[in-house]
Structure formats: C-alpha cells, structure tokens
Design a protein around this ligand. Structure first.
Ligand SMILES: Cc1cc2nc3c(=O)[nH]c(=O)nc-3n(C[C@H](O)[C@H](O)[C@H](O)COP(=O)(O)OP(=O)(O)OC[C@H]3O[C@@H](n4cnc5c(N)ncnc54)[C@H](O)[C@@H]3O)c2cc1C
Length: 460
C-alpha cells in the first residue's frame, strides 16, 4: 500500500506548476474541512487539498502521485456516511467541486454530459425546463462524482433504480494518470466488459471520474403524495410488501418509525400523528389514472389497519413532505446536541423487510435509536445517537450495528444499500462476498498497483 507521505517542497512546487498557486491549499482549516465526512469516523488530515479544473490537470496530478507513491483521495461534497472520502493516509485530496460544468444536455436522447463536480440538484433544476430529470436522489448536496463513487440512491430508487443505472459513459483517470473514456451513448450495449459499472460504487479506489454521460428520464405529468399511519410497525411494513407485490410502481415508498415522526414534529413545528408512518408517491399521466391507483392503495392500507390516510397532497405539500423526509437526519441530530450519529444502512429482500425492521427495533432497545428507510427497496436505516468517547456505551452501539448487519446478511441481503463500504463496513466484506472478495482485490491490484487511490477503504 502507499506509504504515508508528508509532501516535500519539490512536490508542492511541481503541483503548483500544474494547477497554479490559488488552486491548492495546505491551510489548517481547508485541510480540516477535508478530513471528515458526515459520519462519526475519526478525521484524518490530508497533506494538501487541490482543486483541479479539468481532466488533464487531474491526469498530471495523479501521474505525479503515482511516481512519488503519494495517496490521492477524490472528494465530492464530503457528505458520505461511512468515512468513504476520509484521507486516512494523508496525501492529496482532489476536490472536484470546481469541475462543475454541465457540458451538454441532449433532450432528444435523454442524456446530459457533466463534469464530476456538478451537484445533482443543480443539474435537476436545469433539466426541469426540458421536462427531464436525473432520478437518483440521495438528498444531501451530493456531487455526481460522489454519487458515482458510492453508487448512491434514495427515495426515488424504488421506481427508477440507483446511480449505476444512469451512467452511460465515463471519463476517468487511472492510478498512473492514464485517461480512459468508457461506455457508449447507445441505450443498449453488449460490447465488452462494463467498466462504467465497475467504476460506479468503487468509492474512488479504482479511478477518478472526471466526466460522465448520464441517462435522464422524463418528468411525470402528475403526482400524488400519500401519508399513511398504522397502529404497529408490522402493519406498516406488511403494507409495503403488499403494495409492491400488487404490481403498483410507487415513485417513493418510505417508512418512518413513530419516534422519528415525534422528532420531526418538534424540530419542524409539525403536528403529524406519532405512529409508524409510510410516505408514498405515485405518478402518472392523468389525475384519473392516479385516482384508480389510489383506490387500490387505500384498500391495501385499510386492509392492514391503517389509522389515517392523508392523500391527494398537492404540489406544494408534496415538496414539503419530501423536504421533511430529506431533513430527517438533520432533525435527529438536532434533537441530541453533543452526541454523534452512527447511521446504519442495510438492505434485505422485500419479503424479509417486515422481519428485519422488527429485529432492528429489538436489537436497538435501550439505545437512542431511530428506524426508517427506503422501504420499497428493502433498505433500512437505523440512526443511533451516542457519545463515541464513552467507550462502554459506544461498544454497545457498535455491537448493535454488527448484529443488524449480520442479520441482514442472514436474510441474504447486503451490509450497505446505498452508503457504501468506506471505513465503517470493511469488516463485513468477507462475510458478504466470500471468495469473490479475492477477485475484487485482484481488480484493485490491477488498476491501482501502488495502492495510491483512496487507500484504507473497501478491503478489511
Ligand atoms: C443527511 C444525509 C442523507 C443522506 N441520504 C442518502 C441517501 O438517501 N442515499 C444515498 O445514497 N446516500 C445518502 N447519503 C450519503 C451521501 O450523501 C451520498 O453517498 C453521496 O452520493 C455522496 O456524494 P458526495 O459528493 O458528498 O461524495 P463524497 O462523500 O465526497 O465522496 C463519496 C465517495 O466517492 C469518492 N469520489 C468522490 N468524487 C469522486 C470522483 N470524481 N471519482 C471517483 N470517486 C469519487 C470519494 O473518494 C468517496 O469514496 C446521505 C448523507 C447525508 C449527510
């Protein structure tokens, strides 16, 4: 693996030649802001932060780092939850946020070419005028590069899939500085190994993405948002399964436990009923078509003891509803000042969702914990608030985390539905992947023989 390297003056001089003195910093505050993500994982300072402006600069920086065996960690918005962009071996952090140009939008092909630093919400604001959008929606102010790094997904994935499903073509810089362009603009392609899919979800450990051609989707004509509350968690999660099995395709299907609804009420001044809740969205061509679907949804919810069904929410309410959902993490954190969060993220086959949520609730008994998730994808988040400096309590949090992941794996699920491996999930890779982990290691060794790209991640 790459040796820890504190840079020498000659290194800085060389890097200044590439990007200019304004586009790199060794200042304490800049290094600190690039030493941690949104997780509780311990910060590690990089030696230097560089803001490249184009692929050629990235290539020259990485080629130099390869020669000198300096670690290079790509950085998007630093919003990860598993320590994914923390530069654990110091070295260079390549912050791609200034490579944020939308290079082309081709509405007729449902495609956009973007640089890696584009924030997906900015992209969607521009695409709206064309009646298009880029569906993966992780909520935070994530960049396209970071979404590709983590194969992010979110509330819309139940209908539209994850980032990986939208990456058609990539420009990436490999560990020796070589630039590759991979993929195709064709909607179908069975030509050769799919390097786009390999790089997506590789967390910057195999290459640095500088540009992407993204697949886009037409904005639906009309939406209907629904909030349904249930007497028990089991009633709510059983409803998820039945709605998904019925052949309906919700555009979002989120579960919140009663405690989270309470936190949201207090933090946002809301007056929502504090019961296990499903937030759903349906979209289509006409109000009438949606009304028919809604009747079906209503019947399923009522059949499972639904207490309240707030449906037909208009565009303003709909926007507010999803904003509230996106702010869940923030509201939880604000409710517990001084504590840090361990944000768990597992996913299981849909048939196991109900059991998994019940087990999560049981496992975190006695902890300050909240259970929610992208229910339609079988994705569960458990956020536990505690103090990592209190060794005994934190050991209990870690033990609960481990039990939840092991349970998800027992159900033939995964240790991470969307947050990636980073530092926090490395320990589960052997159990989840078995022998195929060796194949992953061989791929890593082939593409990054000197181990300079985001070292200390992914592998136990
Ligand atoms: C409140 C909150 C809610 C969240 N909800 C969700 C959610 O619903 N779904 C979800 O998927 N995630 C969620 N996340 C996690 C996070 O926002 C996403 O994983 C996001 O995609 C990270 O993007 P970023 O730009 O911040 O990337 P970073 O955190 O900066 O980086 C992510 C990873 O990609 C690598 N990387 C960055 N740029 C590049 C590049 N150009 N080329 C190669 N590798 C690169 C980094 O080294 C790192 O390993 C949430 C986070 C927060 C704080």
């Amino acid at each position: 693996m790459a040796k820890e390297s504190s840079l020498q003056k000659s290194d800085i001089d060389y890097l200044v030649q590439i990007v200019g003195i304004e586009k790199l910093s060794r200042g304490e505050s800049v290094r600190y802001s690039h030493s941690h993500d949104e997780s509780f994982h311990k910060p590690c300072l990089p030696d230097i932060v560089i803001w490249p402006q184009n692929t050629d600069e990235v290539s020259r920086i990485v080629a130099y780092a390869f020669e000198r065996r300096i670690s290079v960690t790509p950085w998007g918005a630093g919003s990860s939850l598993e320590g994914n962009p923390i530069p654990v071996q110091g070295g260079i952090v390549l912050d791609l946020q200034e490579m944020n140009r939308i290079l082309a939008v081709r509405p007729e092909d449902f495609q956009a070419d973007v640089e890696a630093g584009v924030v997906y919400k900015d992209l969607n604001r521009i695409l709206e005028a064309e009646g298009l959008f880029f569906p993966p929606d992780p909520g935070a102010a994530a960049t396209v590069g970071g979404m590709i790094g983590n194969n992010a997904s979110g509330i819309r994935s139940v209908k539209y899939g994850a980032t990986r499903d939208y990456v058609m073509r990539l420009t990436a810089v490999l560990s020796d500085g070589q630039v590759i362009r991979t993929g195709s603009r064709s909607r179908k392609c069975s030509s050769g190994y799919d390097i786009c899919r390999l790089l997506t979800g590789s967390e910057g450990t195999l290459g640095i993405v500088t540009e992407a051609t993204l697949k886009l989707v037409g904005l639906p004509f009309t939406f209907m948002a629904v909030r349904a509350t249930f007497p028990t968690v089991g009633d709510a999660t059983r409803t998820v399964f039945e709605i998904m099995r019925s052949g309906l395709t919700p555009g979002a299907m989120e579960f919140l436990d009663a405690d989270i609804v309470g936190v949201l009420n207090r933090d946002r001044g809301l007056h929502l009923e504090e019961y296990p809740t499903l937030l759903m969205e349906f979209s289509g061509y006409s109000e009438r078509g949606l009304e028919d679907e809604m009747q079906f949804v209503t019947d399923i919810c009522r059949g499972n003891g639904c207490l309240l069904l707030d449906r037909g929410i208009g565009p303003v309410e709909r926007k507010r509803l999803w904003e509230i959902r996106h702010l869940t993490h923030e509201s939880i954190r604000r409710a517990h000042p001084g504590l840090l969060s361990l944000s768990m993220d597992v996913a299981v086959p849909l048939s196991r969702y109900s059991d998994m949520v019940a087990l999560c609730k049981e496992i975190v008994t006695g902890l300050t914990a909240y259970v929610f998730g992208h229910a339609g994808d079988g994705n569960i988040h458990v956020v536990v608030m505690d103090n990592p400096d209190d060794e005994i309590r934190w050991a209990g949090v870690e033990a609960a985390h481990s039990r939840i992941v092991q349970q998800a794996l027992d159900f033939e699920g995964t240790c991470t539905g969307e947050h990636g491996i980073g530092i926090g999930k490395k320990g589960f890779m052997v159990r989840e992947h078995g022998e195929s982990l060796e194949t992953m290691k061989k791929i890593k060794a082939l593409l990054d023989p000197r181990g300079i790209l985001n070292p200390g991640k992914m592998f136990p």
